[in-house]
Design a protein around this ligand. Sequence first.
Ligand SMILES: [Zn+2]
Length: 381
Amino acid sequence: MLENLLRTGGAFRSAIARETKLTEASVSRILAELRSENLVQETRHPAPYSGGPTSLVTLSKSVAIAGIELSNSRLSFGIGDLAGTLDYVDRMPASPQLDQDAFEQLVRRSAAAMLAWAHARGITLRQAALSIPGYGREAGNPIYPWDVARLRGVLGEALPGLPLELTNSVVAQAAFQRYSQSTRYPVAGNHLFLFVGHGVAGVIVNEAASIDAFSPFEIGHMVIERNGLACRCGHRGCIEAYTSLRAISSILNLDAGEILHRGDSFIDMLDLDGDARAVLRERLVMLGLGLGNALNLHPLSSVVISGWPSLMPEEDRAAIIAGLDESLLGGFDERRLSLSFIAPSIGNDPQAALHYAAYCFVSGGGLDARADSQTALEEIA
Ligand SMILES: [Zn+2]
C-alpha cells in the first residue's frame, strides 16, 4: 500500500483497494494503523464525480529520509521527504583520485554536517540510501576505487542507528523515474532504461518487480572502437568515452560543472554550430550502435533513454536509430522496438538516492528500525 502511494503520489481509498487487491475494509484497517504511525495523511478533496470519494490518501510529509550520491565527480548528501522534496543539500567535489583515507574523511565530515542540520531542527532521519556508479562490481570497479565494505562501515558509524541501503547509480535513477511525481514515465511494460549521464549504464526494468531486484549493466564500458578515445576505466574506445556528459562537454567547449549548474536547459542555451552538432549526431550513432549490441544480447521491445540525448532535437535523435539499424539483428523496425526519451534532471543529485531511500523505507513497511532496536535493547536489559 505504501509503495502504491509512493508511485502514485496519492490515491483515493477505492483506488488503493483496486490496485492492492485488498477489500475496502482491509484498506481502512491498515490506513488507520498507518495514520497512527504518522506514515500517511488524508486530505479532503472535491469529489471527482458526484457521490465519489473525497478523502485523498498521501504519504506523510513528516517522514525525513536521506539520500547520498556519488555522481558527477561529487559526493552529495541530502535530506528530504518521501515526495522527493529536498530540504538540505550538500555537494562536495569527490575526485576518484582521492585515496581511501581522504575519501573517508570527506564522508565523515559530510555525514556529520547533515546530522547536525537535522538535530538542530529536531528532525529524526528514518532511512538513508547511498548510490554508487558500478556498485555490484566490487571485484573490479576501476571507476570508483574505494572499498565499498569499508565505506558502508564508515557511514554506519557516522550515522548511528540509521538504516542504510547501498545501490547502483542506475538503479537509483530508475527509482527516481518510477517514483518522482515530477516526471511522466512514457512506458508501462518491461523495458531497458538507459541512463546517459556522467557515466552510461542500463538496467532492465521489470514493471512487476521491485526496484532492488533490478540488475544493472555497464553498457558504457562496451568497447565500440578499438584503440579509440581513452576512457576513465583504463580501456580505449568505450561508449562512455564518446557519449557521456563529460565527453560531450569537451565537444561543446563547456565546463562539466557549468552543465550541472544549468541542468536540463543547458542544450537550449547553446548556439549549436553546424560542426558541434554534426559531432554530437555522430556520438548518438555510436550510442545507437552500443544499444543495438546490448539488445542483441538481451532482446527487449522497448527502450527508454534518459540523458542529454533526450534533450536533443528529434531530427538529431534519429542518429541513434541509424546506429541501432547498423547493429541490431535484422535492423531497426519501429514495430519491433519502441524508443522513448525522458528528461534526465541533470545536476539534481542526490535526488535519485533520495527516491531510492524512499523506496527502501516503504518496502520495509515504514517500520521504525530505531524504535524496534530500542525496544529490543530494553527487552535485553
Ligand atoms: Zn570504459
